[in-house]
Design a protein around this ligand. Structure first.
Ligand code: LMR
Ligand code: MG
Length: 279
């Protein structure tokens, strides 16, 4: 079912999104050569406890892992999505994508500082019962100095995100979003991941409609005021095909690099408004 969000629901999402965006801003300083990838997960967990925010990816049924055990997905280089944060030193030249879904608890129903994030099974209940504003955003980070190949991939992927969002206006169709992304990425010789797509958000983190990052203009569902969606293109320097590789999550099939940026936004009569904007 596709739900249109009320002003109140959008405002709740704005408050969660602000915290998420601030975390991404904090990660810009944290992520550098020589740190342990696990420090990213620790940082996110610490802010969640301080701000009474639920890390909603812990406890989610992600298909390959149910419940998913971590607050973040940390995808390195050829990793596309759902990779576990782990003890691994980040090296100069690495490309890391950090994805998270957060929900600010505003009704006093949960004291997040008391929760055991390491017990994913016990977190399922909070993940499922949460009824506040959900925020979902992934950002890519260059570790130290990166190659031109990495820089170009990051630039093109970010441009894909914004070209997709630009199409998310009342009267356009879902296919217009995917077509804009696919045309730009493939025009640069890159592959657009097909198997994982953007989605509606709220009341839970994955709602209808699905928002593919490929497609045909003028096709699919008509976009309406009040829809809250994510666009999260996963763009590969090689082919679009992916594989699953245990704790590394989805990886590119051909070992090429993959990048992702994701924003959550609301469609208003004046166009899309990005909720997870970093300012
Ligand atoms: C998403 O963007 O959908 C994610 O943060 C959650 C997931 O399961 O990939
Ligand atoms: Mg996400």
């Amino acid at each position: 079912m596709i739900t249109l969000k009320s002003q109140r629901e959008v405002e709740q999402m704005e408050r969660s999104s602000k915290i998420l965006a601030d975390i991404h801003i904090g990660l810009r300083d944290l992520i550098k050569p020589g740190i342990d990838m696990w420090e990213i997960e620790e940082y996110v967990r610490r802010v969640c406890k301080e701000k009474n925010v639920l890390p909603l990816q812990i406890g989610v049924d992600e298909g390959n892992y149910n419940p998913f055990p971590y607050a973040t997905c940390c995808c390195l280089n050829d990793e596309v999505a759902h990779a576990f944060p782990r003890h691994q030193m980040l090296k100069e030249g690495d490309l890391i994508k950090v994805d998270m879904v957060l929900g600010l608890v505003e009704d006093g129903s949960v004291d997040v500082s008391k929760l055991d994030f390491d017990d994913a099974k016990s977190m399922v209940k909070y993940q499922e019962e949460f009824r506040g504003g959900v925020a979902d955003s992934c950002w890519a980070y260059a570790v130290g100095e990166v190659s031109d190949e990495v820089k170009n991939l990051m630039d093109v992927t970010k441009e894909c995100l914004y070209r997709g969002i630009e199409q998310a206006k009342v009267g356009n169709r879902i296919g217009d979003i995917g077509a804009a992304i696919q045309e730009y990425a493939e025009g640069k010789g890159y592959g657009v991941v097909r198997d994982l797509v953007g989605h509606g958000v709220g009341p839970t983190m994955h709602e209808e409609p699905m928002v593919p990052h490929y497609g045909r203009p003028g096709r699919g569902l008509r976009l309406r005021e009040g829809m809250v969606l994510t666009i999260e293109p996963m763009i590969n320097t090689g082919g679009w095909e992916i594989d699953h590789d245990g704790e590394r999550g989805y990886v590119t099939f051909d070992g090429s690099l993959s990048c992702q940026y994701e924003h959550q936004f609301v469609i208003t009569k004046d166009g899309p408004v990005i909720l997870t904007s970093q300012g």
